[in-house]
Write a protein that binds this ligand. Sequence first.
Ligand SMILES: O=S(=O)([O-])[S-]
Length: 160
Amino acid sequence: MKKVHQGNHHGHITEKKNDASRKASGLNSIKGNCHNFCTAVFKDVTYKELKNLLNSKKIMLIDVRETWEILECGKIPGSVNIPLGEVGEALQMHPEDFKEKYNEVKPSKSDSLVFSCLAGVRSKKALDTAVSLGFNSAKHYAGGWKEWASYEYSEKPQGN
Ligand SMILES: O=S(=O)([O-])[S-]
């Protein structure tokens, strides 16, 4: 008898838990969508903003393309190459190791970091990694090398 009673009671709790976890996963997906929306709107720098930031020398621009792509296509002047697969590890490195590997001072969590790639997909992933590691001022240049080269190396009027 006792066993049956416990079983029923347990079953009831389990049902409640399932309900609670269903609600939580609903909230998580809302949170996920909001995060994507917020990073898309507030953490994206335009070509002109990037130019100004580079001129002010107040940012570290990290190009997350593979090294061969940079050698083949070119790079935004002043950018540092950290391929996407290395970003998480690099941002957690000891500053001395970072300096040795990338020949740059490791950015602090409050520094302005901007990620770029070819067309904004990998730079967004790098941005998400950086934000999850506490680099809350990080942004990305969604236009990437594609847009940069089109403004810098063609007769096209420059965008914003
Ligand atoms: O560089 S990219 O991932 O946007 S194609």
